[in-house]
Design a binder for this molecule. Structure first.
Ligand code: PEP
Ligand code: MN
Length: 354
């Protein structure tokens, strides 16, 4: 439920609503708007009786939030979430950011070579797995902490922010220490204890959609993170399992459109894991950019045929340059069309009550 305060409501009025929520066993999250304050009430597993709050001084009205995901929903907060890392901002109104790098950090020489190339083309965020969730225990599992140290060195040398995946709690502490963004992979989207850990982190989280997760399950996973206090969450669509066998997964662009509209969080698309084949990465990136994704994350390798993981879907350095020029053209076209207004409800909750 959202409790909307009157324009002239006092700090004490707001405090009274917070206390009333607490005494009924709920949590209250005040959201300061330009003209008035709204207070999100969460922690209920059944509808809340509006009279609990409408009887409080300073309360204009209550709005039932019908979605099971509340904190991530546009019905709840007032503004879009934007994530700032150094000179880069990700989120609504900040174009399509490109995150690039190898599937796995294989050696300092390999990661540095790719990093210097993508950085020289203006890339601001570098990806690289140090702990890899491999289907086979015999496949390359990543360099572990050594890989994270290489990523930290890349940040030092190039100024790019770095993102890597946390496979479990112990690894989370390390990734959080060395990296700027912590990735929760598709296989861990349902790992609720890891999601809670991510929620206690001060670092932004890149939350991938589980390969068989519904959009609601994906958003509820994000809700776990926000519920613990970390609102710096990016959603990442990386393809889902379908009956199709022409590509590794199926890129669910309609889910991207849905979450762009439904939530205030930045939305990233990973075409590399979605299709699993190099020839589709650039066209799918163009598609993602053209529907207003806030970023794309692609795998790049200077010698994909020798990559220790995901070589077939990795762009060569030359193909990466081509990708950037395509993204540039699509972004310009999007701008000419006036962008993509995904937020029919942005400020809407407050405006409706004015
Ligand atoms: C990755 O990004 O390296 C990765 C393993 O992705 P996913 O969790 O989407 O499979
Ligand atoms: Mn990969």
């Amino acid at each position: 439920m959202l409790v909307v305060m009157r324009q002239n409501a006092s700090v004490e009025d707001v405090q009274r609503v917070i206390e009333r929520a607490a005494s009924a066993g709920y949590e209250a999250r005040p959201i300061a708007g330009r003209e008035r304050t709204a207070i999100g009430i969460i922690g209920n597993d059944h509808p809340i009786d509006p009279s609990l709050f409408t009887s409080c001084p300073g309360v204009k009205e209550t709005i039932a939030v019908t979605k099971p995901y509340k904190l991530v929903s546009r019905e709840f907060p007032v503004e879009d979430t934007v994530i700032t890392l150094g000179h880069t901002t990700i989120g609504e109104g900040h174009g399509c950011v490109v995150i690039a790098g190898p599937c796995a950090v294989e050696s300092e020489a390999q990661a540095m070579k790719i990093a210097h190339h993508v950085a020289s083309r203006g890339t601001r965020i570098f990806r690289g797995g140090a702990y890899k969730p491999r289907t086979s225990p015999y496949s390359f599992q990543g360099l572990g902490e050594e890989g994270l140290k290489i990523l930290a060195k890349i940040r030092e040398e190039t100024g790019m922010a770095v993102v890597s995946e946390a496979l479990d709690h112990d690894v989370f502490d390390l990734v959080e220490h060395y990296c700027d963004i912590v990735q929760i992979g598709a296989r861990n989207m349902h790992n609720f204890s890891l999601l809670r850990r991510a929620g206690r982190s001060k670092k932004p989280i890149l939350l991938k959609r589980g390969m068989a997760a519904t959009v609601e399950e994906w958003l509820m996973a994000a809700e776990y993170i926000l519920r613990e206090g970390n609102s710096q969450v990016m959603l990442c669509e990386r393809g889902i399992r379908t009956f199709g066998d022409h590509s590794r997964n199926t890129l669910d662009l309609s889910a991207v459109l849905f979450v762009l509209r439904e939530t205030h969080l930045p939305v990233i698309v990973d075409p590399s894991h979605a299709c699993g084949r190099r020839d589709q990465v650039i066209p799918l990136s163009r598609a993602a950019c053209s529907i207003g994704a806030h970023g794309i994350m692609v795998e790049v390798h200077h010698r994909p045929e020798h990559a220790l993981s995901d070589g077939p879907q990795s762009l060569t350095l030359e193909a990466f340059d081509e990708l950037l020029s395509h993204i540039h053209v699509v972004s310009e076209a999007m701008e000419r069309l006036g962008g993509t207004p995904h937020h029919p409800f942005t400020e809407g909750v407050i405006r409706q009550c004015a």
